[in-house]
Write a protein that binds this ligand. Structure first.
Ligand code: NI
Length: 217
């Protein structure tokens, strides 16, 4: 019964219609492959750009979370120093992905970024929800000292500002982690504990970039 029905259907369709149908199917397949390739490419790119995944803002935190984030900040300078040990000037010019920042730019960027963290936390603690100054991180990474300059001063900066910030955070009372600053470019208010979470992620995010770049040397 099934066979008869199938053969009836086949008979009722003209060969030209089948060819036309195949053409449509073929085009659909081609475009699916193209879309899939694009999806795969963007997935690959985002995996390279976000090796530990993008930052996910937690909705709340525990004392243990805070300690973990602070520990990540504390560890970063020594971890960076260990990663770049033995790399020469040419090695530092290796980008972590095609078209991405070089190891030199990544490390100089961490210093630039975390100097801003340092200032913003201090402003949040001493002013009432202050508006902070946004900066153009890509342009900063292209300033000559960030693009061509040595990385040792940046590791020293990161070490210094992390030490100062951790000393400060260690002394804060619970409620003080709820103090805020306002980011005018994102039109968002950030609490200090969220900033600590963000920069702990940022530390590990760029440390992963340095590790990726070293595999390409
Ligand atoms: Ni960054």
């Amino acid at each position: 019964m099934v066979h008869v029905m199938a053969s009836n259907i086949t008979k009722s369709v003209k060969p030209s219609a089948i060819l036309k149908g195949l053409g449509i199917l073929n085009r659909a397949l081609k475009s699916a492959t193209f879309e899939e390739a694009k999806l795969l490419e963007s997935h690959q790119m985002s995996k390279e750009q976000y090796p530990i995944g993008p930052f996910k803002k937690p909705s709340s935190y525990t004392e243990a979370d805070l300690r973990n984030w602070m520990s990540d900040l504390q560890k970063l300078p020594a971890l960076l120093e260990a990663e770049v040990k033995g790399l020469d000037d040419d090695d530092l010019e290796t980008p972590y992905r095609d078209g991405g920042w070089t190891i030199r730019q990544v490390i100089n960027h961490i210093a630039d970024s975390h100097v801003n963290m340092y200032l913003r936390i201090r402003q949040a603690l001493t002013q009432n929800n202050p508006s902070i100054i946004a900066y153009d991180q890509d342009s900063w990474a292209m300033l000559i000292d960030a693009e061509d300059g040595p990385i040792e001063p940046s590791i020293k900066i990161i070490d210094g500002i992390h030490s100062r910030t951790l000393y400060l955070l260690d002394s804060l009372r619970h409620g003080e982690f709820e103090r805020t600053y306002y980011h005018p470019e994102y039109d968002k208010t950030y609490k200090i504990w969220e900033v600590v979470a963000l920069y702990a992620w940022h530390s590990n995010h760029h440390l992963a970039h340095v590790k990726m770049a070293k595999k390409k040397i």
